[in-house]
Structures are given as C-alpha cells and as structure tokens.
Design a protein around this ligand. Structure first.
Ligand SMILES: [Zn+2]
Length: 325
C-alpha cells in the first residue's frame, strides 16, 4: 500500500470502510471532518508547523467556530474526534508517562474529555507521509476539497467563510477593542470546558499582546517560533472575581507570574514594585529581584490598559495580609 495523496484522499472521504470512519447512529456525526479542517487551517496559517497536534485554545476555537458556522444541531465536543480519529490508522498518540497503553491502537480505554486527554496524551500526530502532504499547498488543497465534497457538499461557502477568520485572534481583537468584561458567576458555571479554555486563551493572548509580549516586571521578551515566554496573569484571581478585563491583567514571565501569585511582590498605585522583605535570593547570572524594589512597571503606551487601582489595591491588601506577623 502506497501512502500517497490518493490514499489519504480516500481515507478522508465518505467511501465507506475505506473512508473516514464516522459515527452514523444518529445521522452523520461530522466531528472528524471538522477537526481535520480545523487542523488544516492552523497548518495553513503557520500556527501548526510540526507534526504534533496539541489541544490548544487555537484549535478548540477553530473547531467550535466551524461547528457553529455550519449550524450543526448537536453539542460540539472536540475530545470525541481527537480520541476516535485513532481508529482511522493515520492518527497516533504520544502518551504521557503512565498512559503509554494508549499508544497501542488496540487499547480499549476511552479518553474523550479535554481534561482527561490532557492528562493522558501529550500530543497526537499524523502519519509522517500525511503531515508532509498537509504542509504542501497543492496536496493540502486537494485534501481540503475532499473533506468538503465528501462531508459538506451543501455548505462549501459557509466553510470557506468560516475558515477565512482566525477564530482565537478574532476573540483576542474583540477583547482588546472592548477592554474585556466582568462575568457573572452563573455565566461561568454554565460554560463547558472548551469555552473556558478559549476564554482563558483569548485573555492571555490579549494581555500579552498589549504589553508587546514583554514581562512588566523585568522587561524580558523572548520568542521562539509561535511561542513566547510571558503569561497574561490575572491580578485578582479569575476563580474568585471572574474579572477578564485587561485592566485586571499583567504580562509577566513565568518566574514573576509565579512570584506575583504568591505575593512575593506587589504593585503600588504609582506602579512601582514593592518586594516582600523575606526574600532570600542568589542570582549570579540574571538581575536579582531585589534590584527591582521601587522600580516602575513596564506598561503599555495606551493608559487604557494600565492595571486598575481597584485590582492593585486587592493585591496589595493580600500582600500585606500574607506578610503581617
Ligand atoms: Zn519577568
């Protein structure tokens, strides 16, 4: 069997046992074609450059947008196709430690929620032959057309329109334009894990973007392909306050995010840094935290995005409570 473009076009098609194996118990379940189209879009946009498919906010947002734009009357659950594509033989798992049995296609264990998939699976990957074809524009287009013709022949325009928008970037831009919002508790409790991951991903991207992907504490900025080293941190924790406004955010590198969440330092109203007096540090190769005492945070030019006095006051009070003795 030659694993060439024709072979994979057939695997993506609606050709019964030789095609994509979809659940037809209640009509055709389009989970797998939608997941494949979503991944193909991220490859096309340069968001996926290696044969390692993670359940990222980008992938989930693209999947949900396509699902909603195609007006499919079922609940979208990306975990189902992410797991069951394994049965189509061109999709494999790199399992986390302790879950290696999932790498065996004959394993009967089912892992289908995002939470359990993230726990058990590091990433999924295609046959190397297929990933090469997906990276090459002409064969990628052919595989995309096969998916559309086989599964959505009545909706080609809707698919093209939906795929022309970067779903997560769109949410991020909306957040930057609106400044974000404070959610009601009920709104959050009723959302499913997919929506929570996307909301969180869009917040982190929006906050780090307005800070130019730089740490507000130490000004570190590092990029590596699509990744960067800063987090969009909540000043007042989201789990307590549901406050997803950019003024409740700070762009911080991993070290300073961790230290901020544990109140090792706080921020004064004039945006100067206040360090805990109890820190002991030895930092022979980088600027020690102690040298940032009294330094002003690095902030976006647009004052509209500067941390709110209210959020900083909450953090400062928690800092004082923690260090009171
Ligand atoms: Zn930093």
């Amino acid at each position: 069997m030659i694993k060439d473009l024709n072979y994979y076009c057939q695997k993506f098609s609606d050709a019964g046992k030789k095609g994509l194996n979809v659940n037809r118990s209640k009509g055709v379940a389009p989970n797998k074609p939608i997941l494949l189209l979503s991944i193909i879009q991220l490859i096309e946009r340069g968001k996926i450059t290696r044969n390692r498919i993670y359940l990222t906010p980008e992938l989930i947002a693209t999947f949900l947008k396509l699902w909603s734009d195609l007006e499919i009357h079922r609940d979208p659950k990306i975990g189902l196709p992410f797991f069951h594509l394994r049965g189509d033989k061109f999709w494999h798992f790199k399992a986390n430690l302790g879950f290696e049995f999932l790498e065996n296609p004959k394993s009967k264990v089912k892992v289908r929620t995002i939470k359990t998939l993230k726990e058990a699976v590091d990433y999924a990957y295609f046959d190397p032959e297929l990933f090469t074809l997906l990276c090459e524009p002409t064969s990628r287009n052919q595989l995309t057309l096969t998916l559309i013709d086989s599964w959505f022949s009545d909706k080609p325009q809707q698919i093209r329109r939906s795929l022309s928008v970067d779903a997560l970037e769109d949410l991020e831009n909306q957040l930057i334009t609106s400044g974000g919002k404070v959610y009601q508790r009920q709104e959050i409790d009723t959302k499913d894990e997919q929506t929570i991951i996307i909301r969180d991903g869009a917040f982190r991207k929006a906050v780090t973007s307005v800070y130019g992907y730089r740490c507000a504490f130490c000004e570190l900025q590092v990029f590596n392909n699509q990744e960067n080293i800063v987090d969009g941190a909540h000043i007042k924790p989201f789990s307590q306050f549901y406050d997803d406004r950019i003024v409740n955010g700070l762009s911080l590198c991993k070290n300073h995010h961790w230290a901020f969440d544990r109140f090792w330092f706080t921020i004064n109203d004039d945006y100067t840094i206040e360090l805990a007096e109890t820190l002991h540090e030895d930092s022979p190769y980088s600027t020690p935290m102690s040298q940032f005492q009294g330094k002003r945070l690095w902030l976006p030019n647009n004052e509209r995005y500067h941390p709110s006095a209210e959020s900083l006051a909450w953090h400062r009070q928690s800092f004082l409570d923690k260090h009171a003795s």
